[in-house]
Design a protein around this ligand. Structure first.
Ligand SMILES: Nc1nc2c(ncn2[C@@H]2O[C@H](COP(=O)(O)OP(=O)(O)O)[C@@H](O)[C@H]2O)c(=O)[nH]1
Ligand SMILES: [Mg+2]
Length: 226
């Protein structure tokens, strides 16, 4: 009896969140803002790859960029983004392990609701809880860094099933991590998510970043008013 009540409450919370997420997604699409949710474990390279993506977008003449930096605490990542000259809002969840719509709406309002071409969310470092919560993004991506090991696809399947793209990061470590099996990772991930796009990248060397940005630009063209 107790267990059933807990499940009902979770379903109600998720349903209300999904409704708000759909409204947010539609509003941003109508004003030309493409919203990308970036999820991964702590240290997988979220902030670093965001800075590499920002640099590549700028090389291509895209300047209107903004980042919501979610963390349990601290403004460390938000400051790194600001130092790169990009509008950034810090979203401290105060210990909550995921980001939900009320938080996204408040963070977005803090930008002054000026439309931009790309809005990124660096989600909480966590491969579990964020998979459940729609943040109103048009595209969801996850990172898996080479040092974490390819077998995380078997341990955290809901995250791999929830995203549009898997971005393998820190591929400059591949020569040191010979047991990282890219083929098995891709095979298992596509069993969970047949439509998954996979990118192999290094923010350190720049490998794979142009291909990833090509894909982001194509996603934007498909999902958002020009
Ligand atoms: N070798 C290497 N290190 C990286 C790469 N990307 C990030 N790092 C390092 O990994 C650590 C964590 O990166 P960070 O972007 O802060 O991860 P986050 O916690 O997911 O935002 C930092 O020391 C980065 O310099 C990469 O492509 N190659
Ligand atoms: Mg970070």
């Amino acid at each position: 009896m107790e267990q059933r009540r807990i499940i009902e409450v979770k379903q109600n919370i998720l349903a209300a969140n999904d409704e708000a997420a759909d409204a947010f997604r539609a509003a941003r699409a109508a004003e030309g803002t493409f919203f990308v949710d970036v999820m991964a474990s702590p240290g997988a390279g979220k902030t670093t790859i965001l800075l590499a993506i920002i640099a590549e977008l700028r090389r291509r003449g895209v300047e209107d960029l903004a980042v919501i930096e979610a963390d349990l605490e601290s403004d460390v990542d938000a400051l790194k983004i600001k130092e790169a000259g990009v509008a950034s809002v810090e979203l401290n969840t105060r210990g909550v392990c995921h980001v939900e719509m009320g938080m996204v709406e408040r963070a977005f309002a803090a930008f002054g609701e000026t439309p931009c071409d790309y809005l990124f969310l660096e989600n909480i470092g966590n491969l579990v809880c964020p998979a459940d919560f729609d943040t109103g993004a048009h595209t969801r991506v996850m990172l898996l860094s080479v040092p974490e090991g390819w077998d995380k696809v078997m341990k955290y399947p809901p995250m791999f099933a929830a995203v549009d793209a898997l971005i393998v990061t820190k591929c400059d470590y591949l020569p040191l991590n010979e047991d990282f099996d890219m083929e098995r990772l891709t095979e298992h991930a596509r069993l969970l998510n047949p439509a998954l796009d996979v990118f192999v990248t290094s923010a350190r060397t720049g490998e794979g970043i142009p291909a990833l940005v090509d894909w982001l630009q194509a996603q934007r063209a498909e999902k958002v008013r020009a």
